[in-house]
Design a protein around this ligand. Structure first.
Ligand code: NIG
Ligand code: FE
Length: 406
């Protein structure tokens, strides 16, 4: 998006800078931005005298200013509904049983393939707009419901195209290794070959993906198959992420660490050694409380081990029709505290700076000079309020690239 030069001055704000993953509060603060980048953040009393001239002024009137929120794990591009599966689970069937019986991801693949571009784009846009209403300014969108080269690339194209008419930054991830599509039934290795020799090279060449993801699980792909996918990603200059240890200990965290993954996500069954390895590798651990809740899981991700090993923790919606049908990132932050025992400060870092790191984006997620001027203003007295409520909070204003979002 090309923007004219702008100067922005936000005054009278209580600022949660989120520097270093801490609230880093400034009581009566101000922020200056130029050309979509923050140039100065500090106390009102220290505001440079020249700052007011020629700047578009936003008086926060004592409201709370935070970085724009970052949802670092979504599956927004899909068609159809899986409401029936919820009924089956409530009647006692497990997610894995439903998937093995032909439901699950494959049923969404059928609906997605059948949707027109316009239908798929409109459905995706609705979910994106719901995220944006809550103050999200950066969103990761995975493919994963196309599962052949044309369909996967179509999903990525649709995801990318949404940034052209929405004031949001979109980061796309190729998740062709989501499950084995029906046409490759009993030939998973052949499907992996297609991913490695066709889909990854094309996604990279056509600039459609920033990363490659996979689902390492007994009902999806083995560690050996994921290695092949990750090796191909590396050959084509793409970083990796992994759905790791969600339903069982599959060694996913260790595998992700070996490949210096941007993030390993879910992690309910990750071992202590896996968490330690992720921390050493500089990866981010992404917890997804929506899926934990919706599947009525009981094993929580090892948040204590993450803290002990210094693994940065992010939180995301995992918005998808089967395991986490939600587009409320703030509800996920609340659930990460209530269900997983994270602190509100950790949760806010998990949907700002650490979420940005999970996408390899070091230009956002905190309010400090040099970062993007993606900001959210809230009628809140303290940062913890964003997380203490069960969703329902809406920013009074969002600034994207230094401009008030209409
Ligand atoms: O992140 N774990 C795999 N992928 C999704 C679920 C996708 C689906 O069931 O449609 C997840 O939970
Ligand atoms: Fe997911």
């Amino acid at each position: 998006m090309i923007l004219a030069m702008t100067n922005l001055l936000v005054t009278n704000a209580r600022i949660a800078t989120m520097r270093g993953g801490r609230y880093g509060e400034i009581g009566e603060g101000a922020l200056l931005a130029r050309d979509a980048a923050i140039t100065w953040v500090g106390a009102m009393a220290e505001l440079p005298g020249s700052a007011r001239s020629g700047a578009e002024a936003v008086d926060a009137k004592g409201g709370l200013l935070t970085p724009g929120l970052v949802d670092c794990h979504t599956h927004l591009v899909y068609a159809g509904s899986r409401a029936r599966e919820m009924e089956m689970r409530l009647a006692g069937k497990s997610y894995a049983e439903i998937a093995k019986a032909g439901g699950g991801i494959v049923s969404t693949v059928t609906a997605t393939r059948a949707a027109t571009n316009a239908q798929l784009r409109a459905a995706t846009a609705r979910r994106l707009e719901a995220l944006m209403d809550e103050g999200v300014t950066t969103v990761e969108i995975k493919s994963g419901y196309g599962l052949d080269a044309e369909q996967e690339l179509r999903c990525l194209r649709i995801a990318r195209s949404l940034a052209a008419d929405h004031a949001v930054s979109v980061s796309t991830t190729l998740l062709a290794a989501h499950t084995v599509p029906p046409e490759y039934a009993c030939r998973a290795d052949d499907y992996v070959e297609t991913i490695c020799t066709q889909m990854i090279p094309r996604a990279s060449r056509e600039g459609l993906a920033s990363a490659v993801d996979g689902f390492c699980e007994s009902i999806a792909f083995t560690p050996a198959q994921i290695r092949r996918v990750f090796d191909a990603a590396g050959r084509h200059g793409l970083r990796v992420k992994l759905h790791a240890d969600q339903l069982s200990d599959s060694g996913g965290a260790l595998l992700a660490a070996q490949y210096k993954a941007l993030s390993a996500d879910h992690l309910e069954y990750a071992t202590d050694a896996g968490i330690e390895a992720l921390a050493r590798a500089g990866s981010v651990g992404v917890v997804l409380p929506g899926a934990f809740y919706y599947l009525r899981e009981t094993k929580r991700p090892p948040v204590d081990a993450m803290r002990r090993h210094g693994l940065r923790m992010a939180i995301a919606t995992d918005c998808n029709p089967g395991t986490s049908p939600t587009a409320s990132l703030l509800t996920m932050a609340n659930m990460a505290c209530v269900l997983f025992g994270m602190t509100p400060e950790e949760a806010l870092a998990g949907i700002t700076c650490h979420a940005a790191s999970a996408l390899g984006l070091d230009d956002r997620g905190t309010l400090e000079a040099g970062k993007r001027a993606d900001l959210a203003l809230w009628d809140a007295n303290e940062p913890g309020e964003l997380v203490a409520n069960i969703g329902g909070m809406r920013p009074s204003r969002v600034l994207f690239e230094g401009r008030v979002r209409p």
